[in-house]
Ligand binder design. Structure first.
Ligand code: SF4
Length: 107
């Protein structure tokens, strides 16, 4: 069964467990160009809130990723809501931890 994002499920727990379980995600290529971003966003929309698919497509990791001389982590991303531990990118909109990362990271 596809796990959907709803308010009554332990979404942070599901995400933690998928990442800790070694889920293979599309960590690279990072979304460096407008075209890369647009393609990933289109795929995220098509994933229809299937948590596992969102994590794979966005290239989630439970640790920061070094890219282009920068350490990319949710905690330094413009989409990170520090007090809610939440990613406000509309196509993701999931709970995240500051040391996690995804390839849509933006400063
Ligand atoms: S967009 Fe930013 S805050 Fe959201 S998951 Fe990716 S790195 Fe984390």
């Amino acid at each position: 069964m596809v796990a959907k994002i709803t308010t009554d499920e332990d979404v942070p727990g599901q995400i933690r467990s998928l990442l800790a379980g070694g889920l293979k995600t599309e960590v690279f290529p990072r979304a460096d160009s407008h075209e890369n971003v647009a393609e990933i966003i289109d795929r995220l929309r098509a994933a229809d809130e299937d948590i596992k698919a969102l994590l794979v497509i966005a290239g989630f990791t439970d640790h920061p990723v070094e890219h282009g001389g920068m350490e990319q982590a949710c905690g330094t991303c413009m989409y990170y809501l520090i007090h809610r531990h939440f990613c406000e990118l509309p196509e993701l909109a999931v709970p995240v931890e500051p040391q996690w990362s995804c390839r849509l990271w933006r400063i």
